[in-house]
Design a protein around this ligand. Structure first.
Ligand code: N7H
Length: 484
């Protein structure tokens, strides 16, 4: 591919959390209602627009972090990250009831009964009560090196807005302390695999792998994640496809953000894994890894099927360099393992189609560490899950609904000796109708050979949805002009 053909991304216009990710050890989510529209617009123009963290700023900060690390300097910068998105109600507040209609899923909203039914989500009556206490028009994402710094800046912002907004719900996410840094509450390293972006992600081996960023990181056209650029060709995983349709030109350089507050039942998960592993006669660490598709260190089962390999997990040149197609009988990694469900790579007959269901993830854990003696969850903790895309229905909702919640996906697989396989639910995020029980095929590995048939029965959820929202994250110019 020649350089001139690459899309030129307008990084000054795009919000930083979506393409690059804001630098965050802590991030406050402030969900607010616009109470005085004119004042809100004036304050946003005055105080927010110039402080927004663009993708260019986020990339520059990333570069500095990387340089520091390569010089083994420990210092963290006190950078403030600020991004902003609006719900459909927020756009109506800003543009009036005659405003253009955006993506149907966005216009439906995360709390709509059809969305709940489609995703098998728990009903809003079971969500965090304060989140539903009033209309949510928008969300500020405020990120920084620690929660004190973030709260300090958030208070400043609140003061500036005064009575122009009412805060409906706010919650701080924080990375986990010490050796757990980068690991989510179940203990697994997160944030390893993200789609590469053509025109942005550096290609590490242009001669042999021009379509990959880091080894194994497929490059996608940016229109999958940000409006105004070519998207994927539905017929070919590499070719340029049409830009996603925009209801209005000011959607350019914007994106949809899906937010889900996912509570994790950590002591229950640990006990479940311990007890089931004992019953199956296997190492609990291996059973846990077979539920995720990676070991706690991040090492993928496809490259380390029986034993963790910490050096592999930490090596970004190797930890994502695998496919599933050469593991046809799920000997190394179960078909239903979280990472095999949510991104099946070459495991279906149509890789171009799989690449149309990708997301950029930008979540952060929340809640305290498990206390000694906490054998059933006493404190709410989990993941403030955030992802970006240009079609909520084709990307986030498709993954949740057609992959993770669908026991028949991936289809068309057979046993070593013949006979069809029902892979079962994604054991981490899969949800059955009416919170029903779930199964996963083949928790016990038949590796390198064997044909022992086992099923993991999961009576309850270890990950529980407790709040959700769909937001439009506009370009910085749209925020300065049309929206305010
Ligand atoms: Fe998942 N976890 O931290 O344990 N996820 N996730 N996720 N997830 C991934 O490869 C986790 C959730 C994706 O490219 C890893 O970066 C937890 C939702 C996708 O190969 C780990 C929760 C959705 C990938 C976790 C959760 C996704 C991915 C491996 C909820 C979308 C990349 C680390 C509490 C519907 C797959 C890595 C790829 C990876 C965890 C939620 C999607 C460890 C605990 C809701 C696309």
């Amino acid at each position: 591919m020649v350089q001139q053909m690459l899309p030129r991304l307008d990084l000054n216009e795009i919000q930083g959390d979506l393409l690059i990710g804001m630098q965050k050890n802590a991030q406050l989510f402030i969900f607010f209602k616009i109470t005085e529209t004119a004042a809100f617009k004036a304050r946003t123009k005055e105080f927010v627009v110039s402080r927004m963290t663009s993708a260019r700023i986020a990339r520059e900060r990333d570069r500095r972090v990387y340089e520091r690390r390569s010089r083994q300097e420990a210092k963290t910068e006190a950078w403030l990250g600020l991004n902003l998105g609006f719900t459909k109600e927020g756009l109506t507040q800003l543009l009036g009831p005659g405003r253009p209609r955006l993506d149907p899923a966005f216009e439906r909203g995360a709390d709509h009964s059809e969305t709940i039914a489609a995703l098998n989500d728990p009903p809003p009556s079971k969500w965090v009560r304060d989140f539903l206490s009033d209309r949510i028009d928008g969300v500020f994402l405020i990120a920084g090196p620690d929660s004190w710094f973030v709260s300090y800046h958030a208070n400043g912002l609140r003061e500036r807005f005064g009575s122009a907004i009412k805060i409906v719900y706010s919650e701080m996410g924080t990375t986990r302390p010490g050796a757990h840094y980068g690991h989510e509450h179940f203990g697994y390293l997160d944030g390893i695999s993200q789609p590469g972006i053509r025109g942005l992600t550096r290609v590490s081996d242009p001669v042999h792998h021009p379509n990959e960023g880091l080894p194994g990181q497929d490059l996608l056209w940016p229109g999958e994640f940000v409006f105004g650029y070519p998207g994927q060709d539905p017929e070919d995983p590499y070719d340029e496809g049409r830009p996603p349709e925009m209801a209005v030109p000011w959607m350019r350089n914007g994106s949809y953000m899906v937010f889900r507050r996912l509570e994790q039942k950590v002591p229950e998960f640990r006990r479940f894994v311990r007890e089931k592993a004992a019953r199956l006669g296997m190492d609990p660490e291996l059973l846990g890894a077979r539920m995720f598709g990676r070991w706690k260190s991040g090492a993928p089962l496809e490259l380390a099927p029986l034993r963790d390999n910490a050096a592999l997990g930490a090596d970004e040149d190797r930890n994502n360099d695998f496919e599933f197609g050469d593991d046809p009988f799920q000997r190394k990694c179960p078909y239903a393992a979280h990472i095999r469900k949510v991104y099946p790579r070459d495991d279906t007959s149509n890789e171009a189609e799989v690449q149309r269901h990708r997301i950029i993830r930008a979540g952060i854990p929340f809640g305290p560490e498990v206390e000694t003696g906490e054998t059933t969850t006493r404190h709410s903790r989990g993941l403030m899950f955030v992802c970006y895309q240009t079609s909520i229905e084709r990307q986030f909702e498709f993954i949740q609904r057609r992959y993770s919640n669908n026991p028949d996906f991936v289809g068309g697989k057979t046993r070593p000796g013949g006979g069809a396989v029902t892979p079962g639910f994604d054991p981490i995020i899969g949800q059955a109708p009416d919170n029903g029980a779930r199964q996963m095929d083949e928790p016990y590995p038949n590796y390198p050979a064997g044909n022992r048939r086992t099923t993991l029965e999961m009576p309850g959820q270890f990950v529980v949805l407790t709040a959700a929202g769909y937001f439009f994250v506009p370009s910085i110019t749209a925020l300065r002009t049309v929206l305010t």
